[in-house]
Design a protein around this ligand. Sequence first.
Ligand SMILES: [Zn+2]
Length: 156
Amino acid sequence: MNDDFFLRQTFQLAREGMTTNQGGPFGSLVVRDGEIVGRGYNQVTSTNDPTAHAEVVAIRDACRNLGTFQLEGCTLYASCEPCPMCLGAIYWARPSRIVYGAFHSDAAGAGFDDQFIYEELDKPREDRKIPMQQRLREEANAVFQEWVALEKRIPY
Ligand SMILES: [Zn+2]
């Protein structure tokens, strides 16, 4: 079993999701030591969850199955290059590597264009489409100080 074997399964998951669940055509797997430990397809419309991209669903499934919040030693497979949200989730989950099929520019051709998010990230905060307002910095920082002083915290 190699990367192409697992990657082709993400294409099948994408097809399964779009035909049985009317979801977007995206699939993802998490594999550890040659064993599938998490799987997912896009469930945004079927669960009314805009964060239910295939990769996020697969990460949640893998973490549930493995009883952990970190996926070190795992490979994340995705039928398409992860969007910025999924890439963020992947970095937080810390798999060892990512293997993907289509480029995100290919997805744009099918109506799934995440280019605007990349562009938003490059803009200064005040120029972004969704207004962001910063307030109460000191009070917000007090929570961090409480966290640092907390004896029972689980660092991650
Ligand atoms: Zn995504």
